[in-house]
Write a protein of this length. Structure first.
Length: 136
């Protein structure tokens, strides 16, 4: 089972570049954001990678409304049995190492950046879901 690290890098003018890594060193530092209560009911973990990633992305989007130049880092930690704990950070040091996953073709057409934070995060999450469905 794999842990995924999603970085939504912001160039300061609103262009978001998503990167997703399998395993590697997770992001650190910055401001740890709270995932809204009830997102992963009844607790803070889930067996569903998409639900964990969606909850973390929504927390990042909530923060992005007031911090549109910040970079966001999402870590979806697998405890080894397929149970995920999502964390999201504003700023800090980006994830490194591991295997960089390829974004699905055409997700951010025509390039590799977008002004839409939700599109960037969704693209990265789909890359993690595709990787997971491949058995990683």
């Amino acid at each position: 089972m794999s842990t995924y690290n999603i970085t939504l890098a912001n160039d300061g003018s609103g262009n978001i570049t998503p990167t997703v890594r399998r395993i590697g060193t997770p992001a650190s530092g910055g401001t740890l954001l709270t995932i809204p209560a009830g997102e992963l009911f009844p607790g803070t973990t889930t067996l569903l990678l998409g639900l964990a990633g969606g909850a973390a992305l929504r927390a990042a989007l909530n923060s992005y409304a007031t911090n549109p130049t910040g970079a966001y880092h999402i870590t979806l930690t697998d405890n080894g049995t397929g149970v995920f704990t999502p964390l999201v950070r504003l700023g800090g040091t980006a994830a490194s190492g591991g295997t960089v996953l390829t974004q699905p073709a055409g997700e951010l057409f025509p390039g590799s950046t977008t002004l839409l934070m939700g599109l960037a995060g969704g693209s990265a999450l789909r890359a993690a879901l595709n990787d997971r469905s491949a058995g990683n």
